[in-house]
Ligand binder design. Structure first.
Ligand code: NAG
Ligand code: NAG
Ligand code: NAG
Ligand code: NAG
Ligand code: NAG
Length: 884
């Protein structure tokens, strides 16, 4: 067995002002026999009284700062060692630990007794590690432990889960847990499932109001008892708070605080992408018995979850590699039943040839790709389930890693599941990370099948591919990973960075992604000061969250980059970066240890140096920290808007004529409720219509009309997009996916087949505006590639008419010149005027100088405007209108 075990920290002895540093290495912690409830008590010592045990978490925007405080008295007659153990989530970083001690004479000391020891032990229970410390104190002394740690909540299966391990070890007069949550967008769901025991069912209280929640658990001394006359505590286990946030905007949530930004992206209601999955299952001798039984049980459920749009196969391996089916097959009822039977009949035995099995699986995907059997919008993945290191064939882990990497394609990914502890989990993690997947450890206990299923559920529903989250150039720096291969339903993509100082009061992000049937591009905008103003008003918020979150994500990324680093020099460089960041943001990472401060104000950083623990106390010389964004970060600036035809506000149509190089505008005086056709192309199967709404009141004796709904229907894919100020819904024939607009003014860009582009802009008016209502503007690119059959109020201008304007003279209004326009054989009187283009400046618009055609565009458009009124949002124009 090979265990990367444990992280060791130092043993610090302060004796007569001299510092001895020794190291304790705990080994073989990662035994499977270590249960979920380690028998180590939180507070150890024979004659001690625990006065209080308090845990407080402040969660702000998914970032949690937890403080565990305990107050203990040595009530024995001798000096003794008091231990303080806390289980913390593996993903958390400790940020501060202090021991206060009061000697009998009343002297208060910080951070050290006559001797104290800190230990951080990894991986002894599911997702938890133990922080241990001991302090030796004289009788009568009073000790206070205070531990702080921070972590980011990862959204899984539609919620965030905050877990606190409560282990006071005995009855405590003052025991209290407080979890304060502040989520700027609001909390959509919160619960604290009682996992501590029935007797506590009514003692967990959850209160919520708007974006805030408070969960409190405060059992009295008597309520903590295991039974009526016991002196043992029943408080021993995991305290859980689960919640999710309100997402009024599928484009995500952009938050700016304290010079840092965090972009969250967790769209829902999208149709899942179809999948091609190859399950690669270890059936070597070590899987025999319960592990295989659990794997079979999990696979039954997993296979049932596949749909007919998915293709799959199964590779099982010991020293040999077999396939249930040499080719990927559609997940039909018959195939699934057959596959289940196949798995059920497997009898594990023999060795482990991981290399051969993985290569076979990749080959299967490659063959299907080469035969054109893979839908380009689908997700192709290999799911490896193994419980041991390779023993047959290629057994060198680094060679296996190279072999797999060499044959994998960009569009395939590998997920690896390690059962138990006989498997080199670091290897599984490296090989998965390197191939766009993740690794997951399955604890081989009673619920292993459930763990397998839960993991599968997290990856079974990919909604988007090739997601890029970008920012305009020079607005941000030090951006964490911002391009992602996949987004799975129920999870969340998070990007953080620093905001560059600028005059602007807002920050914008752009998200592009590929969905089941189409590509989407979304934009979010955030006010730079709004959130800080709000946070300042919140009593229990964690104000430094954005800064810490940025550092947290960056360090996590650097740690995984480090594990893939090819050379020792590279590794060392990354280690230095991590140490500096950790020091700056006060995190204890697997590569750094606690900064120990003693009374004489000397301080040292104890660094974990696994190769030679005796030299772990290394002085850290500051080096210039220059954070290079990882190579997959591509920052691009969105292209400046190109010339377009647009309809905005009232509706005013502006048509840019490229050849003549001027703009022509006209209004359509139609009635509220009517649907106007803008583009109708029976050749490509595209139709764009707009339905009118009216203003609240008449303005200067006239009812203004606006576009209240814009509909884009693309017949070949059966996709219809219905956009209104209230929502954006996308019906792909199977699902009706609804998005909502960002809180700030926003737009959506629509691209069809990469050659038709348009943008819909939302204009919000002040809610109490007596006249105006929220309305839409649409901007349609000039160089769209329609078929020759295209028509519609705007579509017809893809064939640019010959237009000439002459006899320009001063008009009745001296500011508005008049002229004669010759177009389509008509001679029209036109007026020079200004119209607004709102693409750059959403509030005021930018002025466009255009020739205005009167009478609802008569003479400039083909026929009469009423010819463009259609009955339904998805209606094409009657074909007689095409090709006029
Ligand atoms: C660590 O916590 C102690 C106790 O609350 C506090 O006095 C100290 O300032 C903290 N250290 C830092 C660097 O925040
Ligand atoms: C608890 O102790 C009291 C008094 O000693 C006794 O009357 C009672 O029956 C005990 N209860 C239980 C559940 O043992
Ligand atoms: C599954 O295979 C069929 C052909 O056998 C192919 O048409 C389909 O696109 C494949 N599905 C995916 C998700 O690639
Ligand atoms: C999709 O759902 C939205 C909101 O529920 C609704 O307004 C819209 O009409 C629906 N679209 C279709 C095509 O069913
Ligand atoms: C719009 O105009 C107002 C008033 O002239 C001005 O204060 C504001 O800054 C302008 N907005 C933008 C985004 O330019």
């Amino acid at each position: 067995m090979r265990h990367p075990l444990l992280l060791l920290l130092g043993l610090l002895l302060l004796q007569q002002g001299r510092c001895f540093v020794e190291f304790v290495i705990e080994s073989e912690w990662e035994k499977e026999t270590v249960s979920q409830n380690p028998k180590t008590l939180a507070i150890r010592g024979d004659h001690i009284t625990v006065k209080s045990y308090k845990v407080e978490s402040r969660i702000t925007s998914r970032f949690a700062h937890t403080t565990v405080r305990s107050s203990v008295v040595n009530s024995g007659s001798k000096a003794q060692t008091i231990g303080f153990n806390v289980q913390i989530p593996k993903r958390a970083f400790i940020s501060n630990f202090t021991i206060f001690s009061w000697w009998p004479e009343g002297r208060r000391q910080a951070s050290s007794g006559t001797g104290s020891m800190f230990l951080l032990c990894r991986a002894n229970a599911q997702d938890m590690e133990t922080f241990k410390t001991e302090v030796h104190v004289p009788p009568g002394s009073h000790i206070e432990f205070e531990l702080h740690y921070q972590e980011m909540m990862q959204r899984k299966l539609g919620m965030y889960e905050h877990t606190l391990y409560l282990q006071p070890g005995r009855l405590v007069p003052h025991l209290q847990v407080d979890v304060y949550i502040f989520e700027p967008k609001g909390i959509s769901m919160i619960q604290s499932p009682n996992t501590l025991g029935n007797q506590f069912a009514d003692l967990i209280h959850v209160t919520t109001s708007k974006g805030k929640a408070h969960v409190v658990f405060k059992p009295t001394y008597l309520q903590q008892r295991k039974c009526e006359n016991c002196s043992e505590t029943a408080v021993d286990g995991i305290f859980t708070v689960q919640y999710d946030v309100t997402r009024d905007n599928n484009a995500g949530e952009l938050q700016v605080s304290d010079g840092h930004f965090v972009q969250f992206f967790a769209p829902s209601n999208l149709s899942p992408l179809p999948k091609n999955i190859v399950f690669v299952i270890d059936v070597s001798g070590s899987m025999w018995g319960i592990k295989m039984k659990q794997t079979v049980e999990a696979m039954q459920a997993i296979l049932d979850d596949l749909t007919i749009d998915d293709n799959f196969s199964i590779v099982d391996f010991n020293h040999n590699v077999r396939c249930w089916n040499e080719e990927l097959v559609a997940a039909s009822y018959i195939q699934i039943s057959d596959a289940k039977k196949y798995i059920q009949n497997i009898k594990p035995n023999g060795g482990t040839n991981i290399n051969e099995a993985l290569l076979r699986a990749v080959n299967m995907l490659l063959r299907a790709t080469n035969q054109g059997l893979i839908n380009p919008r689908s997700v192709s993945m290999i799911i490896l389930v193994s419980d041991g290191d390779p023993t047959v064939g290629e057994i060198k882990l680094t060679t296996i890693q190279k072999n797999v990497k060499r044959v994998m394609r960009e569009e395939f990914s590998l997920f690896s599941l390690g059962i138990g502890f006989d498997v080199d989990y670091d290897f599984l993690e490296r090989i998965a990370t390197e191939n766009r997947g993740v690794a997951h450890r399955i604890y081989s206990n009673h619920n292993a099948a459930e763990q397998l299923r839960m993991f599968y559920r997290q990856v079974s529903s990919p909604l988007l591919r090739r997601i890029a989250i970008q920012f305009p150039e020079d607005t941000v720096s030090d951006v964490t990973q911002n391009s992602f291969d996949k987004y799975f339903s129920g999870s969340e993509l998070v990007v953080a960075g620093k905001v560059q100082p600028s005059e602007s009061t807002t920050l914008t992000s752009f998200i592009t992604a590929s969905a089941a049937r189409l590509d989407i591009a979304l934009q979010t905008e955030a006010d730079i000061t709004e959130l800080d103003t709000e946070l300042a008003k919140q009593e229990h918020s964690f104000t430094g969250f954005a800064r810490q979150m940025w550092a947290y994500i960056t360090i996590k990324q650097l740690i995984s980059e480090r594990s893939l680093a090819p050379t020792a020099v590279k590794k060392r460089k990354i280690t230095q970066q991590i140490m500096l960041l950790a020091l700056d943001h006060q995190f204890v990472t697997p590569l750094t240890a606690l900064l120990v401060e003693s009374e004489d104000a000397s301080e040292r950083l104890l660094a974990d140096h696994p190769k030679d623990p005796r030299h772990a106390c290394c002085p850290v010389t500051p080096v210039q920290l220059k954070y290079q964004p990882p190579p997959w970060v591509h920052m691009t600036t969105p292209a400046p808007p190109s010339p377009v035809k647009k309809v905005d506000n009232d509706p005013h149509f502006i048509v840019h004529l490229s050849r003549s190089n001027f703009d022509v505008c006209f209004n359509i005086d139609s009635k509220p409720g009517q649907i106007l056709n803008l583009v109708s192309d029976s050749g490509t199967g595209l139709v764009v219509n707009g339905q009118l709404i009216r203003s609240k009141r008449m303005n200067k004796g006239k009812v203004n009309t606006y576009f209240g709904t814009i509909s884009v229907y693309y017949q070949p894919d059966g996709i219809s997009l219905t956009i209104s100020p209230a929502s954006i819904s996308m019906d792909d024939g199977k699902n009706n996916n609804t998005f909502t607009w960002a809180t700030h003014n926003s737009h959506i860009s629509i691209t069809i087949n990469n050659n038709i582009h348009m943008m819909v802009l939302l204009h919000r008016v002040w809610k109490k505006n007596p006249v105006s209502v929220d309305f839409l503007g649409i901007y349609i690119a000039n160089d769209n590639q329609y078929s020759p059959l295209v028509h519609g109020l705007i579509g017809q201008f893809s064939r640019e008419p010959d237009v000439s304007v002459y006899d320009v003279h001063e008009g009745a209004d001296p500011l508005k010149e008049e002229a004669t326009m010759e177009v389509k054989g008509n001679r029209l009187q036109v007026t020079r005027g200004w119209q607004k283009d709102y693409r750059r400046d959403r509030t005021n618009g930018s002025n466009i100088y255009c020739w205005f055609v009167h009478n609802s565009g008569k003479g400039f458009i083909d026929g009469h405007y009423t010819d463009y009124i259609v009955p339904q949002l998805n209606s094409f124009l009657p074909t007689t209108h095409s090709n006029v």
